[in-house]
Write a protein that binds this ligand. Structure first.
Ligand SMILES: *[C@@H]1O[C@H](CO)[C@@H](O)[C@H](O)[C@H]1NC(C)=O
Ligand SMILES: *[C@@H]1O[C@H](CO)[C@@H](O)[C@H](O)[C@H]1NC(C)=O
Ligand SMILES: *[C@@H]1O[C@H](CO)[C@@H](O)[C@H](O)[C@H]1NC(C)=O
Ligand SMILES: *[C@@H]1O[C@H](CO)[C@@H](O)[C@H](O)[C@H]1NC(C)=O
Ligand SMILES: *[C@@H]1O[C@H](CO)[C@@H](O)[C@H](O)[C@H]1NC(C)=O
Ligand SMILES: *[C@@H]1O[C@H](CO)[C@@H](O)[C@H](O)[C@H]1NC(C)=O
Ligand SMILES: *[C@@H]1O[C@H](CO)[C@@H](O)[C@H](O)[C@H]1NC(C)=O
Ligand SMILES: *[C@@H]1O[C@H](CO)[C@@H](O)[C@H](O)[C@H]1NC(C)=O
Ligand SMILES: *[C@@H]1O[C@H](CO)[C@@H](O)[C@H](O)[C@H]1NC(C)=O
Length: 559
């Protein structure tokens, strides 16, 4: 009986499609979801408490993770401009010349205008598109700025970072203001007389405002690209809302810089709570996909060091080691069928473009040449049941043809070449610097704004046992990193399933694996566009624009 009914429906659908009858009931059944992306800057693996640390609590982020799905093997690029380029284009940055050193203030380049970005794709599907916070993908001409590349609104900064209160950036010995409100028609810096509030709070307020004013007849795309927990100046400035209360609350952390880092994380975590609460209050939550992720690992040592922690991974930002490219990520959505899961399947930051575009109602083949794959069925059901895809087996980590630095993963094997940086530099949690035990931790998560909001709308919500199990499952366990001896300035091969902390180079034992990965990489070498990094142009300096970093070529305002 049922088989016959199915057959009948199938034939009916084919008939309707062949006859170009608009199947309206199908179209209406699925309103495109609201998509909220929260991206943290230079956040390390061990800086969220859902990976097991009892030092800095992130109960709101963790509640999203536990009530949704945890992406345990989410890969990103090792630095911000390439990583954000990959996110917005769905393409490895080598295809667009974006694989090199991050954009400097006053550097005349950006993602080629011929490459369409996620907000442009979503806009064509009827979305309202909004970016709050960091851009860092080029602004030398007006047409390279976010509000000219698919965002209806942009409220934030063009460069790599700003100071948390002054909203300035100093590069090439020039300090300029970098904070603006742009729309496609009007690119305009905010007046410096605007109250200079703590950046994380300013972005949160704007995000809440966008959510509150949103007209629900349109689907919403809102990306909050946080400054936190990035350091805000070359001289290692870690700025908190209020250092006295931070010192009081996190007094158990003896390293004063790590304590400041904890203060930056607290504000970031509260932001996640406020944004989620606003979505719920305004009735947007039930049809939303909320993603939280890091752009790359923490800069634990060196230029713009932030005292984040990639523990137990080896390496840091700028490196091909896991500490640089194995990023924090989770998704919460009432549209996820089976929640409370740790997903071990490999994901890459390029996967978001097709994944989200498809959920928004788009047809993936219209996206042209991309490297991302649609991962929704894994996120939704934990199954690779998408007809055309087998899941992700390989990742090109990056090719930097100038630094002669190359890395790729195929299955359990990871090959890296030319990784001169031998610093581990991770902040290793001191066992006596913890702030809470497991039962206190669970109470924090259960009582977090995010968990209380989700409890109201979800049929079921997490309990203590589930929290502790998921937390256990999302941790990476390694041999002690102190034994690391391999020097990868030539080449290293790691089995990252057995040795996720990359302590043991096994290249001598598996020449066949090396040539297999080299073959894989050589395809990408053949499509690589040389990196477009260029010298900073003095014409860009803020002294030419009333102290503001501005587009300096083809600029129609403020000259
Ligand atoms: C912010 O501006 C004030 C006043 O010019 C200055 O004293 C302070 O050092 C600046 N802070 C940062 C982090 O640059
Ligand atoms: C910046 O200025 C300092 C002294 O004021 C100087 O030593 C340094 O070389 C300058 N750096 C650049 C990039 O111009
Ligand atoms: C929302 O948008 C729809 C369609 O454009 C419009 O008809 C409606 O008036 C808008 N509602 C508000 C409150 O602006
Ligand atoms: C989840 O998937 C299962 C199996 O496909 C199905 O029976 C169930 O109805 C789904 N639940 C929801 C909430 O979609
Ligand atoms: C790694 O080897 C290279 C060349 O053999 C050498 O120059 C470099 O100092 C070594 N690095 C470390 C951290 O030992
Ligand atoms: C951890 O704390 C103990 C106790 O204060 C101290 O003796 C030790 O040096 C610390 N270890 C590290 C690695 O900071
Ligand atoms: C956790 O800490 C609280 C407060 O200090 C204490 O009451 C409780 O017994 C501790 N729980 C465990 C399991 O150690
Ligand atoms: C829950 O959080 C609120 C404030 O967010 C606090 O006042 C209350 O004491 C907390 N309750 C528990 C049981 O921790
Ligand atoms: C790209 O860069 C390589 C060196 O990294 C150089 O040999 C080659 O000529 C460059 N190609 C183009 C088209 O500029």
């Amino acid at each position: 009986m049922t088989i016959n009914l199915h057959k009948f429906l199938f034939i009916l659908i084919i008939f309707l499609m062949n006859n170009h009858v608009k199947v309206d009931c199908f179209a209406k059944a699925k309103t495109p979801p609201n998509i909220i992306v929260m991206m943290a800057d230079d956040l390390g693996w061990n800086d969220v408490s859902f990976h097991g640390s009892n030092q800095i609590p992130t109960p709101n982020i963790d509640a999203l993770a536990y009530n949704g799905v945890i992406l345990k093997n989410h890969y990103v690029l090792p630095i911000c401009t390439p990583s954000r380029s990959a996110f917005f284009t769905g393409r490895y940055p080598i295809r667009d010349g974006m694989q090199g050193y991050p954009l400097k203030a006053g550097e005349p380049r950006g993602i080629p205008l011929s490459t369409k970005l996620l907000p442009q794709h979503l806009k064509s599907l009827g979305y309202s598109t909004n970016l709050v916070g960091k851009w860092h993908l080029g602004y030398y001409k007006d047409n390279f700025t976010p509000a000219r590349r698919g965002f209806d609104t942009f409220y934030g900064y063009y460069n790599g970072y700003i100071t948390y209160f002054n909203h300035t950036i100093t590069e090439s010995n020039r300090t300029g203001y970098d904070f603006r409100r742009d729309t496609p028609r009007k690119l305009e810096p905010l007046k410096k007389s605007d109250p200079l509030k703590y950046a994380t709070d300013v972005f949160t307020d704007e995000a809440v405002e966008i959510i509150t004013k949103h007209n629900k007849s349109q689907p919403l795309y809102l990306q909050i690209s946080h400054l936190a927990p990035h350091a805000s100046d070359a001289v290692e400035t870690l700025e908190t809302r209020d250092i006295n209360s931070v010192n009081k609350e996190f007094g158990y952390i003896r390293d004063s810089k790590r304590r400041k880092f904890a203060g930056m994380m607290k504000a970031l975590d509260e932001s996640v709570g406020s944004v989620t609460e606003a979505l719920s209050k305004n009735g947007l939550m039930k049809n939303s996909i909320i993603i939280f992720m890091a752009d790359n690992g923490a800069q634990t040592i060196g230029f713009l060091e932030n005292h984040g922690s990639n523990y137990p991974f080896r390496g840091l930002k700028f490196t091909l080691f896991e500490g640089g490219v194995h990023g924090v990520a989770c998704v919460y959505s009432p549209l996820i069928n089976k929640t409370g899961r740790v997903i071990n399947d490999m994901m890459h930051i390029t996967d978001w473009l097709p994944t989200l575009y498809k959920q928004a109602g788009g047809v993936i083949k219209n996206l042209g040449t991309i490297d991302g794959i649609n991962q929704w069925s894994i996120i939704k059901n934990g199954k690779r049941n998408d007809i055309t895809r087998q899941g992700r087996k390989s990742v090109l980590i990056n090719i930097d043809e100038k630094q002669q630095q190359v890395g790729a993963i195929r299955g359990k094997w990871k090959l890296i070449k030319g990784e001169k940086n031998a610093l581990d530099g991770y902040y290793r949690e001191n066992i006596s610097d913890v702030g809470f035990n497991d039962s206190e931790y669970v109470a924090k998560v259960l009582n977090s704004t995010v968990n209380l909001v989700i409890k109201k709308i979800a049929k079921s919500s997490i309990n203590e046992k589930q929290i502790l199990n998921l937390r256990q499952e999302s941790q990476i366990t390694c041999k002690p990193l102190d034994k690391v001896s391999s020097n990868c300035s030539n080449l290293c091969l790691f089995n990252i399933v057995n040795d996720p902390c990359e302590t043991t180079d096994v290249s001598a034992e598996y020449p066949g694996v090396i040539s297999n990965i080299e073959n894989y990489i050589s395809y990408y070498q053949s499509v690589l566009m040389n990196q477009t990094n260029a010298p900073v142009q003095p014409e860009s300096f803020p002294e030419h624009f009333h102290g503001v970093w501005m587009p300096w070529l083809d600029n129609n305002v403020w000259k």
